[in-house]
Design a protein around this ligand. Sequence first.
Ligand SMILES: Cc1cc2nc3c(=O)[nH]c(=O)nc-3n(C[C@H](O)[C@H](O)[C@H](O)COP(=O)(O)OP(=O)(O)OC[C@H]3O[C@@H](n4cnc5c(N)ncnc54)[C@H](O)[C@@H]3O)c2cc1C
Length: 438
Amino acid sequence: MRIRDSIHSDRMPPSYYVASGKYTDQFRRLEGNVRAEVCVIGGGYSGVATALALAEAGKHVVLVEQNQVGWGASGRNGGQVLGGFGPEQSEYEKYEKVYGAENAKRVWEEGIRCVELVKANVDKYNIDCDFTLGYFDAAMNQREMDDLKEAKEDLEELGFPHKLRLLDQNDVKTAIGSDRFIGGLVNEGWGHCHPLNLCRGEAKAAEGLGVEIYEDARVSKLDYHENHIVVDMDWGRVTADKVVLACNAYLGNLVPRLANRMLPVGSYIIGTERLSDELANDILPGNHAVCDQRWAVDYFRMSADKRLLFGGVASYTGVHPKNIVKKMRPKMLKVFPQLKDVKIDYQWGGYLAVGLNRIPQVGRIDERTYFAQAFAGHGVAPSHSAGRMIADAILGDDELLRIVESVKHRPFPGGRLFRKPILAAGMAFEQFKETLRL
Ligand SMILES: Cc1cc2nc3c(=O)[nH]c(=O)nc-3n(C[C@H](O)[C@H](O)[C@H](O)COP(=O)(O)OP(=O)(O)OC[C@H]3O[C@@H](n4cnc5c(N)ncnc54)[C@H](O)[C@@H]3O)c2cc1C
């Protein structure tokens, strides 16, 4: 089922990323039959990272994308490149709880490595995606500040390899020109980038290594035969030994047992006109990617050409705001009232995928079918890990995949029909609890 609604059509959304895209050459259209050792379905980071890692090892890979590479969340997101695989990087006890005491360290380390994987691709393939280091967790009150202080201590004790710096009321303005925040934590190891250029740049690199990439190639059916799988599209098919499902929130009903375990959640971004150097430097002097600490997080950063890209709002019901600017601009002005006369040039949104336990779902359905999905709002770097661990497993080393796939992911209660209202009620409750804590 193709999604067509106010933020989705068959083409890329009219985002700042599309307007400033560097890798605009289209990939081929599939006509007829092609053969592959591995067919990757979905041209976001998960699919592209899998294809790239397999191609580096010499595998013959075909990647098929229903619209354009980067059309999904990977070409629409906030561009924040953050570590942690599932739980927050500072919450080691959660890694123990989710992955077991004996495996927690391995997955915790993957939370650090995922950002390194992005950086390594950018360097190795010279990807033009404005990759910039520097991330700021912003605190609005003393409780959040205390949590960040504790997170810093925990990370340092765990051996987190990057520099961390607490800012208090006296120096918070060195990171953010807003009275809304009383301090925060600077992390020099995480950062931000132009997400669409990252995705398409990586796809170009994969193509350079021999991956056949097809756009406008929507998979409608998978047929399993004894010695091969037939991946069927509107005007072509791929015959493959193995299949990787990397469709995330846009999977539709292609594989119901995966679809039932995640929910598409809408998130939305506005982009201002270009700011003067003075104004840009006033609001984000450190050029960090920023998140606040709330459940329904606001996230923002400066683009390379000095536009503020401000995101937030989570729609768990599938209903998009009628007017994204009207919804997001007041939020932006609460943080930066000094932008009241600044024009908004862009607005767009997309779906991320969330599972019941908010832990990435990566694994195998059977020995020929792999999948990656449900990174919640935190998938730019972890999806790169997922692609790498699937590729490693296909190449014969499934040590990490075995750990990650051992996590149980329950379907949403009530099936497809009721999962949205149930999750929406759950999330409303989380937000209510947060309001009480403030
Ligand atoms: C607005 C927004 C802001 C976000 N901000 C951040 C952020 O700042 N930092 C962060 O870490 N994460 C963020 N995320 C989450 C992050 O973008 C995702 O977790 C990540 O991009 C997931 O990558 P993916 O490859 O798994 O999925 P996607 O990028 O969604 O790719 C799935 C692809 O599969 C294709 N597909 C689906 N069905 C078929 C089919 N039948 N045949 C062929 N192709 C198919 C789709 O067209 C799509 O291109 C954000 C997400 C959104 C929507």
